[in-house]
Design a protein around this ligand. Structure first.
Ligand SMILES: C[S@@+](CC[C@H](N)C(=O)[O-])C[C@H]1O[C@@H](n2cnc3c(N)ncnc32)[C@H](O)[C@@H]1O
Length: 299
């Protein structure tokens, strides 16, 4: 940015600013520098990425340059690109995101995929599959499921009212009916939810204290702490929720969790000790344990 600001009277053409921004990010070891530069300038100038190149000779006005500089400054402070753009993609759908919500991650798509697969295979004849998304954040999980399977009734809960406001906007934008509820999932739930669900789906906070300290600034300084941290070893949420899940599930219902790549054995043991059975673990494309499915077969 210093190059961009030092040469104050320079007339910038779009391609020059794109190249300079890319070099600037790349020299400071930002990953995907070109992509970041393209997305920032597209957003600042209201152009698609293709239009950046078809307009590469365009001279930039002082106002346009100022908007570009302001966005670059935010990225230089390690603000995630998704918050700067105000949007991200999940399960091929756009979702609004702000600093009030955890940014949906590609690995969580496996969780959605497994729920959809399971619904299609085993619940095809059931009319109203009751699903609750616990820790809804931007609503990405519940909304993706609702968009892809018709015979579902979705509830999404979160402890954060601000997150639920974003989830509400996303559900409206995607024209799906998701019932939203503010509650602490680790305390006893209202009676209306007693043994009400076929599936509990959850991507909980699962980072331990020491791992949290070592996270990159994009995550540690910007994403809600409550969406990440879960005690010393990252397992607190799973442990406490193990006593809650049976109160929510119908007999034969399932809990689907996203898990940290080294947490499968611990989560499996916690839930097996609480009476869950039929436990399956699924890997992502890199072969890492990412999703665990467990059945509540008891009365
Ligand atoms: C890792 S984020 C997941 C967000 C979103 N479901 C996703 O997969 O991208 C965890 C979410 O759980 C919520 N959360 C944390 N503790 C909670 C609690 N005790 N009760 C309900 N929600 C909680 C956070 O506010 C956050 O939105």
């Amino acid at each position: 940015m210093s190059q961009v600001s030092v040469e104050k009277n320079k007339k910038w053409r779009l391609i020059e600013l794109l190249n300079t921004t890319t070099d600037y990010l790349s020299e400071r070891e930002f990953e995907d520098a070109r992509l970041n530069a393209e997305r920032l300038l597209s957003h600042a100038l209201g152009l698609s990425r293709v239009e950046l190149y078809t307009n590469f000779d365009k001279p930039l006005t002082a106002d346009e340059l100022n908007v570009c500089r302001a966005l670059l400054k935010r990225r230089m402070a390690h603000e995630p690109l998704q918050y700067i753009l105000g949007e991200t993609e999940f399960y091929s759908l756009p979702f609004k995101v702000t600093q009030d919500v955890f940014i949906p991650r590609p690995e969580t798509e496996l969780l959605v995929e497994k729920v959809i697969e399971h619904c299609s295979a085993q619940y095809a004849d059931q009319t109203d599959i009751q699903i609750v998304d616990v820790g809804a954040g931007s609503g990405n999980i519940a909304i993706s499921i609702a968009k892809n399977i018709e015979n579902t009734i979705l509830t999404a809960v979160d402890i954060s009212r601000d997150a639920l406001k974003i989830a509400y906007g996303n559900a409206q934008a995607h024209e799906v009916d998701v019932k939203l509820k503010e509650l602490d999932a680790l305390k006893p739930w209202p009676a209306e939810y007693s043994r009400a669900f076929d599936f509990v789906v959850c991507n909980p906070p699962y980072i331990g204290f020491s791992e949290y300290e070592s996270l990159q600034p994009e995550i540690k300084n910007y994403e809600p702490k409550i969406s990440l941290l879960s005690g010393n070893d990252g397992l607190d949420f799973y442990r406490k929720f193990a006593n809650i899940a049976p109160t929510l599930l119908k007999q034969g219902g399932y809990v689907f969790f996203e898990i940290g790549e080294r947490q499968a054995a611990s989560v499996k043991n916690i839930y097996a000790d609480c009476g869950f059975s039929g436990i399956s673990i699924y890997n992502d494309l890199a072969g890492k344990n990412r999703v665990i499915k467990m059945q509540w077969a008891r009365n």
